[in-house]
Design a protein around this ligand. Structure first.
Ligand SMILES: Nc1ncnc2c1ncn2[C@@H]1O[C@H](COP(=O)(O)OP(=O)(O)OP(=O)(O)O)[C@@H](O)[C@H]1O
Length: 252
């Protein structure tokens, strides 16, 4: 089989006596939508932080596209194509939606355009307009980012991440706090994105996870129990016992 796009190998992260990541290993294949699930406190966010470069593991390795990224800082990982979509903090609230995206496009190519008046950077503007369309915010272009509804802010965050041209996009709970309509819009956006880029998703909404994911990795107490297809995960005795028993009963 081809080398996976991301290979996490025996990763360990301790907080005092707690092993938040306990020798975790899993792989994300190129082109798949891979979901990371597990109960509260299982270590999903800690694992995503180590993959994005926000946290340094105590042991283990992270390989991306055949390259060992374990010691590389976040900007170098972003340049390699490993990009995390951030929550609200990365959005400039007072800037328009279009300007947020244009700045993100310009930030991808430092030196090339920052010296130029932003209004004259038509290539960045055109790319930002295309991103607006992709994330479904074309009608919000001129609006201040801070005035967007919660779900639209999350769409904008995905747009900001896409500006970096990811080969693997990490999404931490993209559906968190959304109502049914906002959720449906984000799920539709993820369905579009999966055709263009590989996705690694942490998500508590099991209905969405089981509809979207090609493969699922289940984490319990920092340990990977299994990585497999949704069908196999549904039937896995240890996963059912540790986490999914009640959640899956409710699914269609
Ligand atoms: N900076 C930290 N210092 C100490 N303990 C931490 C730190 N970050 C996380 N933890 C602990 O590590 C464990 C894993 O936390 P983490 O947030 O990664 O879990 P999670 O699976 O993302 O949880 P949730 O689904 O609730 O978001 C938890 O017990 C948490 O309390």
């Amino acid at each position: 089989m081809a080398e996976p796009l991301l290979r996490v190998e025996s990763l360990v992260k301790r907080f005092g006596a707690l092993a938040a990541t306990d020798s975790a290993s899993f792989e994300v294949r190129a082109g798949e939508l891979h979901a990371l699930i597990g109960p509260n406190g299982a270590g999903k966010t800690t694992l995503i932080h180590q993959i994005s470069g926000a946290l340094r593991p105590d042991a283990g390795r992270i390989h991306f596209d055949g390259q060992d990224l374990t010691a590389l800082p976040m900007p170098a990982r972003v340049r390699a194509g490993l990009v995390r979509s951030y929550q609200i903090t990365s959005v400039f609230q007072r800037f328009s939606v279009l300007d947020n995206l244009r700045l993100a496009v310009q930030a991808r190519r430092p030196g090339a355009a920052f010296w130029r008046a932003a209004e004259k950077d038509t290539a960045a503007r055109d790319e930002a307009l295309a991103l607006l369309e992709r994330v479904g915010l074309a009608e919000r272009a001129a609006q201040a980012a801070g005035s967007l509804a919660h779900g639209e802010q999350r769409q904008l965050e995905v747009g900001l991440a896409l500006a970096a041209r990811p080969r693997l996009l990490l999404l931490d709970e993209p559906l968190a706090g959304m109502g049914p309509e906002e959720s449906a819009r984000m799920v539709a956006l993820l369905q579009t994105l999966r055709r263009e880029t590989t996705l690694l998703l942490v998500e508590h909404d099991m209905d969405a996870v089981f509809r979207l994911a090609d493969r699922i990795t289940t984490l319990v107490a920092g340990r990977v129990i299994v990585s497999d297809t949704p069908e196999a995960i549904r039937a896995h005795p240890e996963v059912l016992r540790a986490y999914l028993g009640d959640e899956l009963e409710a699914l269609p």
